[in-house]
Design a protein around this ligand. Structure first.
Ligand SMILES: O=C(O)CCC(=O)C(=O)O
Ligand SMILES: [Fe+2]
Length: 600
């Protein structure tokens, strides 16, 4: 390994005036130079005329890259301006520090202090600050644009800085940002974005003080600090959102594939996946003392002599646990086996093929993660594929038809079987709740069904990560198929996390928030989470079942009255789901929002 410093002067790009002519000052830390190219001596200083890719192609293992571009502006005022911007695939943050002027303080020994003067910002000063913000962001995005191709073409680079001759502005990308950019690099969206670096809707905070004495003997007049970040997805002005194709229930910020990340030789969990503290599940040497979720035999529910007692068992499972495993459910083992194989194969598809099925920024169906509303948000250690399956008019045919044909056919059959199962269970629940069966059938007969396939890869630091953040499901009934016998699902019971051990061919059923609302709080949607481990992958398929799209969500009219007053408000189901998907997932907070006490 050796260190080398060189000057390059050259042309880059075609459209951008800022980048038309520039010289690159490159500090390259090189692990091994390309053997076929001539070796260069340490401390060699040369002026060459190259594009950066051209210059870099002589080197196999560029590790860190420091580019310096000449300043394009003539600086003829006294103002002071410095900025640093961080990018991954897209813009992440920019911090700007500016002042009208900066000069030496007469009192050399002064401490850092802010002069308490009235805060007066003249029009000129305000204009100057706006110019600073716009020019810094433009310069930052041009530099990011310049870097994208280099970063993708030179996969060994683990950190990049682009600064300028005057050291005014700096674009930075570290290992995490670079891996995000590379993981997204094969994506169609990303290819498009190679054209330019788009600055998203922004949120900015500006601080201003007329005079700021710095401890180092300098004094700033009109000192200004600006922090700029992308606006979280849910805060984007709905007026500028694109029109939904069919019904658009929501969107989620595009994030890299965890399955691909897990293939890298990671010693530590990347910081964005580090949740730091997870409460451990109940552990005991005596397995009998660990509570386990009830098992409901669907065959017994349908057999006259056992119906009443099994309905009572179902009722107490829904009230006290909100979760149960269902056996003898009527879905054939051969269909489950086939579906298992197809889903496993689906997650084994080459990444290139999966990219065609990735989420789009304006809709969350496809591969990715749900509920990601800000760039700072911690992520789950899992990939998922989400699609609305029923009713057919809500299905995104374009997405569905891109699925492998065998998976499509099996999913179609599975979706129908799960719908039948859901209706049988809902019918028994209506009996148990003393709710009018007709009201239940009317709400759910043409209900919305969606399928979410989850893939949890092995994780380098499983105790610091979470496969699926604690949450309750927003739907009425979730039917979960655990594809392999790797444990991971845990439910919160009396303040403790209890593991749900997969039973062969059983399905896990849980009450979602819609059913808690419909049952007016008698049935409970229970918080659950998925943990990960260091050696085994885990796969599951959750099928969510909700009431029909044109229904109103609220406590069932046939069960409320003076002795059972409604504790939840009534809202159109479509609005309920749109609001749900616009939020960050956080336990049962959304259900609290639906309680009557919160009515505004
Ligand atoms: O993978 C699991 O066991 C949990 C999945 C889940 O909770 C969900 O998809 O909502
Ligand atoms: Fe869930």
């Amino acid at each position: 390994m050796f260190e080398m410093m060189r000057f390059f002067r050259g042309q880059y790009g075609s459209g951008s005036t800022l980048l038309d002519k520039f010289s690159l000052y490159m500090t390259l830390s090189i692990i091994s130079p390309n053997k076929t190219k001539s070796r260069l001596n340490n401390n060699t200083r040369n002026i060459l005329h190259y594009q950066p890719e051209e210059a870099l192609k002589n080197f196999d293992h560029v590790k860190s890259l420091n580019l310096e571009i000449p300043s394009s502006e003539e600086k003829n005022d006294k103002s002071f301006l410095k900025w640093t911007a961080e990018f991954g695939t897209s813009f992440k943050s920019c911090v700007i520090i500016g002042a009208n002027s900066i000069s030496k303080n007469d009192n050399e020994n002064s401490q850092s202090r802010i002069e308490s003067q009235p805060l007066i910002l003249s029009d000129e000063e305000l204009k100057l600050r706006i110019v600073w913000m716009i020019s810094s962001l433009m310069a930052a995005s041009s530099r990011h644009y310049m870097l994208k191709r280099i970063v993708v073409d030179f996969p060994t680079i683990s950190n990049v800085v682009v600064s300028d001759e005057e050291k005014r502005g700096k674009v930075y990308m570290g290992a995490e940002q670079l891996s995000e950019l590379r993981l997204n690099s094969v994506n169609d969206e990303f290819k498009l974005s190679l054209e330019r670096s788009v600055i998203p809707d922004l949120r900015m905070k500006v601080w201003y003080v007329p005079k700021l004495e710095l401890g180092c003997g300098l004094v700033m007049s009109g000192a200004t600090l600006v922090v700029i970040r992308p606006m979280p997805a849910m805060e984007v002005d709905p007026a500028v959102e694109s029109e939904p194709e069919i019904v658009n229930f929501g969107k989620s910020i595009i994030v890299p594939s965890v399955q691909e990340l897990a293939k890298l030789p990671l010693l530590h969990l990347p910081p964005r996946y580090c949740h730091c503290f997870q409460q451990s599940p109940i552990n005991s040497n005596d397995p009998l003392s660990i509570p386990s979720i009830p098992i409901i035999d669907l065959h017994r529910l349908g057999t006259t002599e056992f119906t009443d007692s099994e309905v009572q068992r179902l009722h107490s499972a829904c009230r006290e646990w909100g979760f149960f495993q269902v056996i003898n459910h009527g879905i054939s083992t051969s269909l489950l086996d086939k579906f298992r194989t197809e889903v496993e194969n689906f997650f084994k598809l080459p990444y290139e093929e999966k990219k065609r099925l990735w989420q789009h920024p304006d809709n969350h169906e496809g591969f990715g993660q749900l509920f990601v509303v800000s760039e700072e948000q911690k992520l789950d250690w899992s990939d998922m594929f989400y699609i609305t399956t029923l009713p057919l008019n809500l299905r995104k045919t374009q997405l569905f038809e891109k699925l492998p044909i065998e998976l499509r056919d099996t999913m179609e059959a599975y979706s129908m079987e799960v719908k039948k199962l859901a209706m049988v269970i809902l019918d028994h629940m209506a009996k148990a709740l003393k709710m009018d069966g007709e009201e239940m059938r009317d709400l759910f007969g043409e209900g919305v069904q969606s399928i979410r396939m989850n893939y949890y890869p092995p994780c380098p630091e499983p105790d610091l990560a979470i496969g699926f953040t604690p949450h309750s499901d927003a739907d009425a009934l979730t039917i979960l198929f655990q594809l392999n016998d790797t444990e991971g699902l845990q439910i919160r019971k009396d303040g403790n996390w209890v593991s749900v051990t997969p039973l062969p061919n059983a399905l896990v059923v849980n009450i979602g928030d819609v059913m808690e609302i419909v049952s007016n709080g008698t049935y409970k949607s229970i918080e659950h989470r998925a943990t990960v481990n260091s050696s085994k992958e885990r796969l599951s398929v959750a099928t969510f079942y909700s009431s029909k799209l044109d229904s109103e969500l609220g406590p069932a009219l046939s069960i409320i009255g003076p002795e059972n007053p409604a504790i939840f408000r009534r809202v159109p189901i479509e609005n309920y789901f749109k609001e749900f998907f616009a939020r960050k997932l956080s336990g049962k907070s959304y259900l609290d929002f639906m309680k009557v006490k919160n009515k505004q």
